[in-house]
Ligand binder design. Structure first.
Ligand code: G6P
Ligand code: ZN
Length: 557
């Protein structure tokens, strides 16, 4: 029997290795501390019993991605993992990784990403564990990993040369089997099995004036975008931009929203592009933005649900719909009209997984630019973008000339419009953020907010309900408390306050505002105008400015 050089290395506990909403996310410099990354990988292995398991490994290509893949290979080999399936060069978009886990029937996966957070030596990195269903680990597992990090004394590693990640094919690495796969191929096959590519191609080829632009934001989706938009749909090379993945995302903030996707917004505005779209660093988020047309993520998922019939994947029916709590109720109205179950879960894609696995959920979305379905167990940026193209192609068969705004307007006429916006106050002092939370809790717990009337520039708002959102998973009964503070008003509007679970520095306060209208004259109104009064009220009842000193949010989406 071959002897492998497996070493046991003594280590010290690194505090604070508690996974957040989407895994352990910290500055690269934190991960670069001695044994820091090894500790966390070892803790994952200690928590999952890795003997004989097959795991998928890949990341969004950000700085430190390649180093960490090598670390996983070394520790994996030493910890009895049977096989690692790795995307070429260590790259897999988050949705592609979810697909590979499912398709190859792996036991789980380790995803290397800090999603939409900036990358590079001075920015963020992340490690996230996914389960055999392809979805993010539930809290019970991330807690078990965290517990292991608190007592870790040593890790096991294989002393060997690095694995060559650039060659597709199989090899062995000590006792470990390694399979390097094409990062894009399986994903393209998946999308082809879901959407009506013939209808989309027909539409695009017969409407050459309909311009499409996909922006990869220098994240992982560039090659996926090229494979779909250029190679499959036959669009010109000019229909994709920022499509070369870079370890620092070109110095940008790869988050597809109106603030950070400015390259796309400018190109669409300047070039009067009919259909623009962007995806984030690891490819699970999306933004749909056309000439004078912005689709809020809350509307996007509602529209996709309403048009599900146009998408071949849903030809046997839609099982159920869902949204995260802060997401607007637009999708609830579609569910009602179609007589479907609809679920309201806490923020975090992992909460959709159980419902999908139980066959009760097909289409879901979050206000944080996440949209997806049960084709995988992660949200899926390129999926959402192609879904919209599929819908536009089918809509044009009925009514030629239909664009994004026509689809939105038709939707509002049928269901009414939910004005929705999110204000982010990033890197707020943690104590100041706590004061806001405590102040709101006092109002909620004492009941003193109920019945209070707040005047505003658009009229009075009277509080009808105030509570801390708590979720009981209908499938496994697990309870998630304190998932956001909700204040509802008598006209059906609401504001929600929540602390972000994905930041790596200080605290980020999110304020979500929603107002529903059935007044047709408001359907074309700018969102900011539709919610101005509520924003004012949210400021007064939270005392946010007084506690944090922030007059304005850092980002509005
Ligand atoms: C990640 C998760 C999403 C979630 C988002 C919330 O992107 O995958 O499911 O909506 O984080 O982030 P936050 O910063 O608001 O906790
Ligand atoms: Zn992401």
């Amino acid at each position: 029997m071959t002897r492998y050089n497996i070493q046991t290395v003594a280590t010290k506990v690194h505090d604070g290795q508690k996974p957040g909403t989407s895994g352990l996310r910290k500055r690269v410099k934190v991960f670069q501390q001695e044994h820091y990354t090894e500790n966390f990988i070892q803790a994952i292995f200690d928590a999952i019993n890795p003997q004989g398991k097959t795991l998928v490994v890949g990341g969004d290509g950000r700085y430190f991605n390649d180093r960490t893949v090598q670390t996983i290979c070394k520790l994996g080999a030493a910890n009895g993992v049977a096989k690692l399936i790795i995307g070429k060069d260590g790259i897999l978009s988050t949705p592609a990784a979810s697909n590979v886990i499912r398709k190859y029937k792996a036991d789980g996966g380790i995803l290397l990403t800090a999603s939409h957070n900036p990358g590079g030596p001075d920015n963020d990195f992340g490690i996230k564990y996914n389960m055999s269903n392809g979805g993010p680990a539930p809290e019970s597992v991330t807690e078990a990993i965290y517990e292991k990090t608190k007592t870790l004394k040593e890790y096991k590693t294989l002393e060997a040369q690095e694995v060559d990640l650039s060659k597709i094919g199989e090899c062995t690495y000590g006792p470990l089997k390694v399979q390097i796969i094409d990062s894009v191929k399986d994903y393209v096959e998946l999308l082809k099995s879901i959407f009506d590519f013939d209808a989309i191609t027909d539409f695009l080829q017969s409407n050459k004036s309909f311009k499409v632009l996909f922006d990869g934001m220098h994240g992982v989706t560039g090659p996926y975008g090229r494979a779909i938009f250029v190679e499959t749909l036959g669009l010109p090379e000019s229909s994709i931009q920022n499509a070369t993945p870079l370890p620092d995302f070109g110095g940008g903030h790869p988050d597809p929203n109106l603030t950070y996707a400015h390259d796309l917004v400018k190109a669409v505005d300047d070039g009067k592009i009919d259909f623009g779209a962007a995806s984030d660093g690891d490819g699970d988020r999306n933004m749909i933005y056309g000439n004078n047309a912005f689709v809020t993520p809350s509307d996007s998922v509602a529209v996709i649900a309403d048009w599900a019939d146009a998408i071949p994947y849903f030809k046997n029916g839609v099982k159920g719909l869902a949204r995260s709590m802060p997401t607007s109720g637009a999708i609830d109205l579609v569910a009602k009209a179609k007589n479907l179950e609809v679920f309201e879960v806490p923020t975090g894609w992992k909460f959709f997984g159980n419902l999908m696995d139980a066959g009760r959920l097909s289409i879901c979305g979050e206000e944080s630019f996440g949209t997806g379905s049960d084709h995988i167990r992660e949200k899926d940026g390129v999926w959402a973008i192609v879904a919209w193209l599929n819908i536009i192609a089918v809509a044009n068969k009925e009514t030629p000339g239909t664009g994004i705004n026509d689809i939105l307007l038709k939707h509002y006429k049928k269901y009414g419009r939910s004005f929705f916006s999110r204000y982010d106050y990033e890197e707020v002092d943690s104590d100041a953020a706590k004061k806001v939370v405590t102040h709101l809790d006092e109002g909620i717990n004492s009941g003193s907010l109920i019945g209070k009337t707040f005047p505003s520039c658009t009229g009075d708002f009277t509080v009808s309900e105030a509570f801390n959102f708590c979720y009981t998973d209908p499938i496994d009964g697990s309870v998630s408390k304190n998932q956001g503070q909700v204040i509802r008003f008598s006209d059906g509007s609401r504001v929600v306050f929540r602390l972000s679970g994905t930041g790596s520095q200080g605290a980020t306060i999110r304020l979500y505002v929603e107002r529903y209208s059935k007044d047709e004259s408001q359907y074309s109104l700018e969102t900011a105008k539709g919610i101005a009064g509520l924003i004012e009220v949210a400021g007064v009842l939270s005392k946010l400015e007084e506690f944090t000193g922030r007059k304005k949010p850092t980002v509005i989406t």
